[in-house]
Design a protein around this ligand. Structure first.
Ligand SMILES: [Zn+2]
Length: 135
């Protein structure tokens, strides 16, 4: 169980750090860069999905969306903008849109997340790493 807590802390540090050095520092300086990379390889080899590099992409606050009060299957974010899911977790639509798309926040390509209805025809994609969908 101690090991699980270490791996949880490791993944959390990996997701918000910009380098292996920073991951080690965030974990209290107990791991060298080489050991950090070794742990990351171990996790990936055991099916844990972490970004290929600690690229710091998730440092911005995530966009949280909650169910729309009036429209089933739709969401709203904290600023009242409407949003809808796209990708594998999206409800079936008559003309499903297939990804991957480039996330408007972290700029990585992903096949699932949400689109925010900012304006007519302007529905920027936010990947599942940058969006927090509360159901
Ligand atoms: Zn993203």
């Amino acid at each position: 169980m101690m090991e699980d807590k270490f791996y949880q802390a490791f993944v959390a540090a990996w997701n918000v750090s910009c380098s292996a050095h920073e991951v080690g520092r965030r974990l209290g300086g107990v791991l060298t860069e080489s050991e950090v990379r070794q742990v990351a390889r171990h996790l990936k080899a055991n099916g844990v999905h972490i970004p290929p590099q600690p690229d710091g992409a998730a440092t911005e606050a995530r966009v949280a969306v909650t169910p729309h009060p009036a429209t089933a299957g739709e969401y709203v974010d904290g600023d009242g903008r409407e949003a809808y899911r796209v990708g594998p977790l999206a409800p079936p639509r008559p003309w499903p849109k297939e990804g991957p798309w480039t996330c408007s926040r972290c700029k990585t390509r992903s096949s699932g997340g949400v689109r925010l209805r900012i304006g007519p025809g302007h529905h920027p994609f936010v990947c599942g790493r940058c969006a927090w969908v509360v159901d």
